[in-house]
Design a protein around this ligand. Structure first.
Ligand code: ZN
Length: 265
């Protein structure tokens, strides 16, 4: 049977299985269908930090490991998308794969552009991808005053802090950039809050400050900013777990330090 928009929305199934994890971290897995394709959303939780971490790109496994480590150490919640298709999420219809970037799905404009980029922009594929986005947002349940940390990994020198300089790839998305030549350019933060930008910069990290009104690319960072969420990207090269752990620890220390003007209760 050919899946269509309506059957796909109706077939969104959540299978919740709670299992115990070391140090009382609980793991719950939800299954979301995109046509004939399945994506598993794993949620790791432990009481403690009031922070949500996300691993949107399935092939960025160092990020997932760093996120799990953070939840084990400090508590909080990690949301990890799994599907085995690599970086992009797939809508599968009649065996044909239609890709889109899950970090471009947080606005209709961004999602359409991402489907277009992969030559998949039909109304049917868009509707299924948008329903997937809405299901992820239901699980994410983002609200004002949350702290969200998005974890990413990159290929050496393919995307670096240098891409955030004026005139470069993300130049028009950015209102400030601080580059420490002593640091690996593949390892950097992206933030929405000026005070946090300053603190990370003076601590010697590579950091970019997101523009107030960047182009609508459907990115999670802008979705969170619109909702009044304190948002941070922590990005390192693939495989650099120690570096990503260290950056997360430094961020945790800053977030929990009183009196620096950075909001975290
Ligand atoms: Zn990524």
């Amino acid at each position: 049977m050919k899946p269509n928009y309506y059957t796909c929305i109706l077939s969104l199934v959540c299978l919740a299985t709670g299992t115990n994890y070391a140090q009382s971290v609980t793991k719950t897995t939800h299954t979301i269908y995109l046509g004939e394709e399945k994506v598993w959303v794993d949620i790791y939780e432990r009481s403690g930090a009031d922070i949500t971490l996300l691993n949107l790109h399935d092939n960025e496994n160092t990020s997932a490991e760093a996120g799990r480590g953070f939840v084990e150490s400090h508590g909080g919640r990690l949301i990890e998308l799994r599907h085995g298709r690599g970086r992009e999420v797939v809508v599968r219809l009649d065996g044909v794969l239609h890709r889109f970037d899950p970090n471009r799905m947080f606005s209709d404009v961004g999602l359409r552009a991402s489907l277009e980029y992969f030559h998949n922009n039909t109304d049917e594929v868009f509707a299924i991808a948008a329903a997937f986005r809405d299901s992820v947002l239901d699980l994410f349940a983002v609200q004002e005053e949350m702290v969200v940390i998005s974890l990413h990994n990159n290929t050496p020198d393919k995307m670096t802090i240098n891409d955030f300089r004026p005139g470069e790839w993300y130049g028009e998305d950015t209102r400030g950039v601080s580059i420490n030549p002593q640091q690996d350019p593949d390892n950097f933060f992206v933030v929405t809050q000026y005070e946090l930008f300053n603190t990370l910069s003076s601590s010697g990290y590579n950091v970019a400050l997101r523009a107030k009104y960047p182009p609508d690319r459907g990115m999670l960072i802008d979705y969170c900013e619109r909702l009044g969420v304190l948002y941070v990207t922590v990005e390192t090269e693939h495989g650099k777990l120690a570096e990503q752990d260290e950056m997360l620890e430094a961020l945790w220390k800053i977030l929990t330090e009183k009196g620096n003007g950075i909001t975290y209760d």
